[in-house]
Design a protein around this ligand. Structure first.
Ligand SMILES: [Zn+2]
Length: 106
């Protein structure tokens, strides 16, 4: 079962991705207890992918819209892309798991 089985957890995951992508949260200090290590890693990886910094402003990598301030991108991601963000996180979780299995870590 993935994180998408729970509405609360889903909302938290979208929130974390949006905050990290917008630079409102430090990825090095990011360690919410609600998420497993696997999900934390996936959330950070997806967050790096959904924002594109350009000329000191931010653009959305999912739809190309912008420019946004940090707060603006955060709100945009949460309002417009919650489902895409969850799909990206789930697929990243699967990718990391498969990689770990091949490496004999799982
Ligand atoms: Zn967008």
């Amino acid at each position: 079962m993935g994180a998408t089985g729970s509405g609360y957890l889903e909302a938290r995951i979208v929130e974390y991705v949006a905050r990290l992508a917008a630079g409102l949260e430090d990825p090095d200090a990011f360690s919410p207890r609600i998420l497993s290590r696997l999900y934390r890693e996936a959330v950070v990886n997806v967050a790096l992918r959904v924002a594109e910094p350009r000329d000191r402003v931010l653009y959305c990598s999912l739809c190309g819209r912008g420019p946004y301030t940090r707060r603006g991108l955060y709100l945009h991601l949460k309002r417009v892309h919650p489902h895409e963000i969850l799909e990206l996180v789930e697929s990243e979780v699967r990718r990391i798991s498969a990689y770990a299995k091949r490496r004999g870590r799982a």
